[in-house]
Design a protein around this ligand. Structure first.
Ligand code: TYD
Length: 138
């Protein structure tokens, strides 16, 4: 089980000459209970998604097809993840600013989330985010 800071998680694979199964099973591979699944598709090269943080939501993000970049940041840190491997999930804990861009043609971003949709959980103002995390640059 995982919690805490953002990290990449290797997923279980069942490899077969005719194709691969990637498994995420509650209580074994997942750092939280999944309450919602959604996916981004129909993206273009110049699409920019995210640009927000969540107060309480944890998420797992997987490039199930294609590739894209996820830029995560917090108080005094920033990390770029080039998601391209469907067998790797990016765990994003609460209070992490995220921006997604540089999508390849046909990219699909699968997201698993720890709670139902709640607009009140979003922080969409970067200055407010920096203030809430106590960043000196905010
Ligand atoms: P948002 O999370 O800001 O998209 P992204 O981070 O991919 O750029 O959501 C965009 C819009 O979709 C916003 O109006 C909220 C709505 N939405 C829902 O209604 N339910 C959901 O589960 C999600 C993820 C978004």
């Amino acid at each position: 089980m995982h919690s805490g800071r953002a990290k990449l998680i290797d997923l279980q694979q069942i490899v077969h000459p005719s194709g691969t199964i990637t498994v995420l099973e509650q209580g074994i591979h997942l750092p939280f209970d999944i309450r919602r699944v959604y996916f981004l598709h129909g993206l273009s090269k110049d699409s920019v998604r995210g640009a927000h943080a969540h107060r309480n939501l944890s998420q797992l993000m997987i490039a199930v097809s294609g590739r894209f970049r996820v830029r995560l940041s917090g108080s005094g840190w920033s990390e770029d993840y080039d998601l391209v491997d469907p067998n790797t999930a990016l765990f994003i804990p609460p209070m992490t600013w995220r921006e997604l861009d540089d999508f390849s043609v046909g990219a699909v971003c699968l997201v698993m989330a720890s709670a139902p949709y709640d607009e009140d959980d979003y922080i969409r103002d970067h200055l407010e985010f920096l203030r809430l995390i106590g960043s000196s640059s905010g």
